[in-house]
Design a protein around this ligand. Structure first.
Ligand code: AMP
Length: 501
């Protein structure tokens, strides 16, 4: 591994050399941190000087401590043990795009500030507001929040932001992707103009630069990895597999890692929620401890899954991008892209889950030649390098068996007229029943009939429908029926992301 200038800087510096308060240093010792990470080495002195910062750093680089430690240090002179809420106004506001990241940032802040009198709390959507309201009313100096829920509290007047001196926009690119810009603007308008603003983003897109020019004053730019680049400790590989063999390829990769005594833990990224659940079920059927985490899961389910993954009862965490944002899983050894992401920037985020804090990791992608060419080209353009191609034994997309199976599969699709899952056509991947029963290209009988009978049977019209009107009379009758028709609940299966936290 080559040593970068960032690493040299970090190696020379200690937390003591920043002049951090002994109470903070004690908390760092409790955490087992011995020396600053490169982003910390760069960010801490700048933030301590009160300057605005535009930081290009992914989750996993230690950026949370990079902004939280100097913020705690700067707030210490104002800390006090008074019981009066008025003596504990919100002075530092940290905004994150997702509940998980908010929870994780708060967890870190609370640990770093544990030996001080500074109070902190977190507010995010999807859970009861009342305990959050109580905590806010008791007074906190450091508030971690997702934008939507914070505005709910502002509306309820349970929080006052007029004394905020420091604002952190964490994973700002994702907040913009998730449509939080109007919420951010509303929140920032409630803050004093005289403040320090720190913006962190994995990538510096034109939109991020615009946001920074609107809200940051002469920011110091800190880049640990080049913007839009990927961590050098991460070994990247794309495996070419025939269309329709992606689930089997993921099973193969996971079992291969287990056989090679590599850590079984892995995050598998899928583009759609439905594809995510389905892949998790498939892995379970293949004897792999897997669980899905996506935006339709309740907050409690998400937390339980995450806990299960952290304590090792779950080996494969199958996740969508939104759900996986900011998950703090130290030294994640492997990330698999079941689907290549639609946005190349998500690739950078995804593989940022591995190779953290100097550890090495594998970022493996499943790639269907022909289907995924454009997505792969976009990724390689963004990261400015080509990702090595590999083939998995038995999954050669150019192999005779693959061609034969592909032909069978196309025929089967026409015969059964089974409705294909809505979504991206990859994440919602479902194999025809016939192919599940056949020998896999790697020689295993890996596929079994689906557990879900809906997907195994051919499409049958319910008969519960009215033919399209062909004459004027039929049209008039249909319109009358429509007016009289009772209101029925309508359900939609849509991908995408929740607008509010
Ligand atoms: P972050 O990028 O802030 O999400 O941090 C990623 C992980 O690195 C977290 O588990 C932190 O607890 C850990 N971490 C942060 N700073 C250090 C450090 N200086 N030494 C060791 N681990 C650290």
């Amino acid at each position: 591994m080559t040593t970068t200038p960032d690493q040299t800087l970090a190696a020379e510096q200690t937390f003591e050399s920043f002049g951090l308060d002994p109470r903070i240093l004690r908390a760092l010792t409790d955490q087992g941190y011995t020396k600053p990470t490169p982003i910390q080495a760069q960010a801490i002195p700048v933030v301590l000087l009160g300057k605005d910062v535009m930081g290009a750093a992914q989750t996993g680089t230690g950026k949370t401590a990079g902004f939280a430690l100097p913020i705690i240090q700067r707030l210490l002179p104002l800390s006090n043990a008074s019981a009066s809420p008025a003596r504990h106004p919100v002075r530092a506001l940290m905004l994150t795009p997702t509940r998980e990241l908010a929870d994780q940032v708060y967890d870190n802040v609370a640990r770093y500030a544990q030996h001080t009198d500074l109070r902190s709390t977190v507010v995010f959507g999807g859970v009861d507001m009342n305990p959050q309201t109580d905590a806010l009313r008791r007074g906190v100096e450091i508030l971690v929040a997702t934008p939507g829920r914070l505005l709910d509290h502002v509306q309820q007047k349970s929080v006052n932001l007029s004394q905020v001196q420091m604002l952190v926009l964490d994973e700002a690119d994702r907040m913009l992707d998730m449509g939080f810009l109007p919420d951010l603007q509303r929140i920032i308008n409630l803050l004093p103009a005289q403040r320090q603003t720190l913006l962190f983003s994995a990538t510096f897109s034109p939109e991020i630069k615009k946001l920074a020019s609107s809200y940051l004053k002469q920011p110091v730019t800190i880049e640990v990895a080049r913007s839009n680049s990927t961590n050098e400790n991460v070994r990247q590989m794309v495996y070419q597999v025939p269309d329709g063999h992606k689930q089997a390829a993921v099973v193969h990769l996971l079992k291969q890692r287990a056989d090679a005594q590599q850590s079984k833990q892995c995050i598998v990224f899928v583009n759609s929620k439905i594809g995510c659940s389905r892949l998790a079920r498939h892995l379970e059927r293949e004897g792999i401890n897997a669980a899905a985490i996506h935006g339709d899961k309740t907050q409690t389910e998400r937390m339980q899954t995450l806990d299960g993954f952290k304590n090792g009862t779950i080996d494969a965490l199958v996740a969508t991008d939104v759900a996986a944002r900011g998950l703090d899983i130290p030294a994640m050894p492997c990330v698999i892209n079941f689907d290549l992401p639609f946005s190349a920037e998500d690739y950078v985020h995804r593989i940022g889950r591995t190779g953290r804090a100097g550890a090495s990791g594998d970022a493996l992608s499943i790639y269907v030649p022909g289907n995924d060419d454009r997505l792969l080209a976009d990724i390689e353009k963004l990261i400015k390098r080509s990702v090595p191609r590999g083939t998995l034994e038995g999954f050669d997309p150019t192999g005779e068996r693959a061609r034969q199976e592909d032909g069978d599969r196309r025929r089967q699709r026409t015969e059964t007229r089974r409705p294909r899952e809505a979504g991206n056509g990859n994440g919602g991947e479902e194999e025809p029943t016939s192919r599940r029963r056949r020998t896999e290209p790697n020689g295993r009988q890996a596929f079994r009939p689906s557990d879900d009978p809906f997907f195994s049977r051919p499409y049958e019209p319910t008969g519960n429908y009215t033919p399209a009107p062909k004459t004027e009379d039929q049209l008039a009758a249909a319109l009358t029926r429509g007016r009289q028709a009772p209101k029925r609940p309508v359900a939609a299966l849509l991908g995408g992301v929740p607008r509010k936290s």
